[in-house]
Each structure stands twice: as structure tokens, then as C-alpha cells.
Design a protein around this ligand. Structure first.
Ligand code: TYD
Ligand code: MG
Length: 470
């Protein structure tokens, strides 16, 4: 007989038959806890002889009208939702504690309420007075939002059945408590049960529900990943603590594109929309410095220019550091390996630090060439021209692969006053004449054209006793 899987990872929800210090599924430490089983009695029982109703089957060619969406007027939020709020949809908003989830949702509910939607805001974390104080600080006291401080799910659902709002915010799902489940609030079982009940309510009554979920490192409270599969839309609110801006990212959306981002700036009066993120991310650029390269990227449907910054310095230890912020560490290792193997430019014995300026997280492989450019510029101690943007994917052979949406990238660069672009060969420049786009077939040619022969890397190559004929 299979052993009961009574142990659950609070980070990813994986189940195990015994405890371990590290989750075998997601690798998180100290996140596996013992849970009472979800239901009592034998795990497998058949449905038995009782018949159900026959369900209606339909063809694929039927006509259904698209869902009517409600716009709140905060354009960055409306876009991330896929073009407004879909009725009866369930949205999970995850993020670190203190990142600004409650602030964003109070602003959003106020906007939806002012746009005519009946909205209810249920807080399980703060008192009514605290939320009112925040509303006053944000200048939202007059918005027709209905507020409650409550954690008992049965009471909340009973109230909502009577009120029939169009939008409900539950802040946070981890504080909710369903009395038919024995585990403590914040446990995986409670989180699942509460999310399940609220999802059923949303679908049955046509109410949109937003669940707030704290991302947590503490194994005592289950994280939002446990309920990601139950909801229609998963949004994460991200940002570096020291930075002024916050990014709302759709990682799953049944009603719109995933990977869409909305950019906000934190101010004393709440979150302000940033309509032109490129200008914000490039805002602090001064004189050209070695190690900086501007990448023409795409986030969701929007072009975003960001600066990659690299620092390369002799390592005091035999194990040089590879430190990455805002990009993938494995991808950095790949770019370093290709630079060494295909261009004869070693980084052994050198510490490498790579940052995306401003705290944006970039995941596109199209950033490879910008990373290589930043690394080379840092290593050669020669700045790249300030008026140049770079993009292109690097393959293991050292060839540059063209990337999607080049016309959009180039248009954004032009709009922000860039005079030159370096891109893979075969890049179609779009309606522009393209004379300002330099097309490069591979990384070796890029190094030659950008840093020339006889640079520091050539000398280093001789020091390392290598010879590459190109
Ligand atoms: P809060 O919305 O409470 O974060 P969360 O719900 O994710 O835990 O915000 C955290 C703190 O930051 C709070 O003290 C208010 C402050 N804050 C601002 O002053 N301005 C802003 O624009 C935001 C978003 C937050
Ligand atoms: Mg909060």
C-alpha cells in the first residue's frame, strides 16, 4: 500500500511521505511541514452506481461573445490584466511583504469603485483604522469602497452572498480561516481550502476576486505558489527595496498575454504610473563609462530599454566570483564560455559582477549580446559609444541569432535618441532605411568591430599563450 503523503512543501505545495530538511521538488530549505490529510477515510473510493445529469456537448465553431471587461483607469494595471478586469475571474497578487500590494489594491479598488463597480475590500492583516488611514494618505477616502476587517471565511462568504459585489479583494489569503479545515491559518490546507471556496464563489456568482499572497521564506506560512494553479491570473509585484519603482508582472493569464509588465513609481501619495519605462530605467545615465551597455528589450508587448552594467576585476581568490542581479546566472556562464572558446577572451582569474540597472529582471536571450558587450567593455576598460543600443542572442557556436520584434526595439531606441544599433545579421530594420543598424554575423566580428584588434584582450591572449586566427 502506498504510504500517505502527509508532508507538504509550503513553498511549492509538493507532497511527500516523509519529512526532509530540503524540498526535493523546489529545493527550498526548511519548507516541508507535516499536515493533516485533506480528507479523512480511504483515499480511493469509486463514485458508485448513482447517476448524474447528462452534460451538454457542443462543437468548436459556436459563437461566444468575448467577456466584457471593466477598466479601472490605471493603464499599467489594466494592461497587465490583459485589457481590463474580466468578470468572475480570480486573480492572485503575490509579492514580498512590504512591497506595496495593499497600496496598489487600495488604489485599484478605489478606481474600480469610482468607475461604478461595487467593490468590497476585506483585510485580514490590518485593522479598519489602518486601512482608512492609508486611504486618507492616498487621497482615496471618498471612493465608494466597502471595507471589512475579517478573517473568518464563512462570515466573509455569507456577507458577500448578500452584497453581491462585482469585485472583492482578500488581503491576504494567508490570514483567512475556513472552519471546516482543522489546520492553523496560513497552513497549506487552509490556503487551499480558502482559495478553493473563494474560486467557486467567484465562478458561481460572477464576482471577480483578487487574492493577496505574501511570498514567504518562513516555512510556517504557505506561499502563493501553492494556489497558482487554481486561479485564472497570477500577478507578481516585484522591486528592489532600495529602488523607487515597482513592477507588476503577469506570469499566468487565462485572459491575456503572460509576461506583460506594468511599471509603477513609489511616491508619498502611493503608486504612480510610469508610462515610459525606458526613460526611467535609463534616467541616471551620464558620461559613457566602461562596462555599460544599453539593451533594447521587450517586456510583454512593450519595448523597454535597460542598461546592463558589468564590473570585471582580478580575483583575490582561486575561485573567481560570478555575481548576477536581474539576469540568469547560467546564461552569464554561457556567454563567458562562448567569449573564451570562440573569441579567445578568458575571464579566468577575474571576478565578474553583472547588474541590470534599476532592478528590472530581464529573462530574454536577446540580451546575450548586450551582456557580452558590457563584459568586454568592462574587461577592456573602454566605454561603448553612448548613442548605441545592442541586442541579439548568442549561440554556442558564437553566431548571433536574430530575435523577435526587432522593428519595435529599433523604434523605441530611435524615439529615445539613440543613433546606432548593433544587431544580428539578418535583422530586418522595419520601415526605417536601417542605415543606422549595424548587422553583425557573429561574436568574433562584434569584438573586432567594437573593440578593434590590439586591445587589452589581444595582449591578454598572448599572455595566456593562446592564438586564434580570425
Ligand atoms: P504595503 O502596501 O503595506 O505593502 P504590502 O501590502 O505588500 O505588505 O506598503 C508597504 C509600505 O510602503 C507602507 O508603509 C506604505 C509604503 N508605501 C509608500 O509610502 N508609497 C507607495 O507608493 C507604496 C507602494 C508603499
Ligand atoms: Mg499588505
Amino acid at each position: 500500500m502506498a504510504r500517505a503523503e502527509n508532508f507538504t512543501c509550503t513553498a511549492c505545495g509538493a507532497r511527500f511521505s516523509k519529512w526532509s530538511g530540503r524540498c526535493g521538488a523546489c529545493g527550498e530549505w526548511n519548507s516541508v511541514i507535516e499536515e493533516a490529510p485533506l480528507s479523512a477515510g480511504p483515499a480511493r473510493r469509486t463514485l458508485g452506481a448513482k447517476r448524474g445529469r447528462a452534460m451538454a456537448l457542443a462543437g468548436l465553431d459556436g459563437e461566444d461573445s468575448p467577456p466584457a471587461r471593466a477598466l479601472c483607469g490605471i493603464a499599467e494595471l489594466d494592461r497587465v490584466l490583459g485589457g481590463g478586469l474580466v468578470p468572475a475571474s480570480v486573480i492572485l497578487l503575490g509579492g514580498d511583504p512590504g512591497i506595496g500590494k495593499s497600496t496598489l489594491l487600495l488604489q485599484a479598488t478605489a478606481s474600480f469603485a469610482r468607475a461604478g463597480l461595487k467593490t468590497v475590500y476585506v483585510t485580514g492583516e490590518e485593522s479598519r483604522a489602518q486601512v482608512r488611514l492609508r486611504a486618507r494618505r492616498l487621497g482615496l477616502s471618498d471612493a465608494p469602497v466597502q471595507l471589512a476587517a475579517e478573517t473568518n471565511l464563512r462570515d466573509i462568504l455569507t456577507t458577500l452572498e448578500g452584497e453581491r459585489p462585482a469585485l472583492v479583494v482578500i488581503d491576504s489569503i494567508q490570514t483567512m480561516w475556513a472552519d471546516h479545515v482543522e489546520s492553523a491559518p496560513g497552513s497549506v490546507a487552509q490556503l487551499r481550502a480558502a482559495a478553493h471556496e473563494l474560486t467557486i464563489f467567484a465562478k458561481r456568482r460572477g464576482v471577480s476576486v483578487v487574492l493577496v499572497g505574501h511570498v514567504t521564506k518562513d516555512g510556517q506560512i504557505a506561499g502563493p505558489r501553492v494556489i497558482e494553479h487554481m486561479v485564472d491570473t497570477v500577478l507578481y509585484f516585484e522591486g528592489e527595496r532600495g529602488h523607487q519603482f515597482r513592477i507588476l508582472r503577469a506570469v499566468k493569464n487565462r485572459f491575456g498575454p503572460a509576461d506583460e509588465i506594468g511599471v509603477f513609481e513609489m511616491t508619498g501619495r502611493g503608486l504612480a504610473e510610469v508610462a515610459n519605462p525606458s526613460a526611467l530605467f535609463l534616467g541616471e545615465r551620464g558620461e559613457p563609462v566602461p562596462g555599460a551597455a544599453v539593451f533594447a528589450g521587450i517586456e510583454g508587448t512593450r519595448p523597454v530599454l535597460v542598461e546592463f552594467q558589468a564590473l570585471v576585476a582580478p580575483s583575490p581568490t582561486s575561485q573567481p566570483r560570478r555575481s548576477v542581479l536581474g539576469w540568469d546566472g547560467a546564461r552569464l556562464a554561457m556567454v563567458l564560455a562562448v567569449l573564451e572558446a570562440r573569441c579567445g577572451i578568458p575571464f579566468s582569474g577575474l571576478d565578474v559582477y553583472l547588474n541590470v540597472a534599476g532592478g528590472l529582471k530581464v529573462s530574454e536571450p536577446a540580451a546575450d549580446l548586450a551582456v557580452a558587450a558590457a563584459l568586454l567593455s568592462a574587461r577592456e576598460e573602454r566605454p561603448l559609444p553612448a548613442d548605441t543600443v545592442v541586442f541579439g542572442e548568442i549561440s554556442l557556436s558564437g553566431a548571433l541569432r536574430s530575435v523577435a520584434q526587432t522593428a519595435t526595439r529599433l523604434r523605441e531606441a530611435r524615439k529615445l535618441g539613440f543613433e546606432r544599433a548593433i544587431a544580428p545579421a539578418g535583422t530586418s530594420p522595419g520601415p526605417d532605411d536601417g542605415a543606422w543598424v549595424r548587422q553583425v554575423p557573429d561574436l568574433v566580428r562584434f569584438v573586432e568591430e567594437t573593440f578593434g584588434a590590439g586591445g587589452r584582450h589581444a595582449r591578454r591572449r598572448e599572455e595566456h599563450g593562446r592564438f586564434h586566427d580570425h
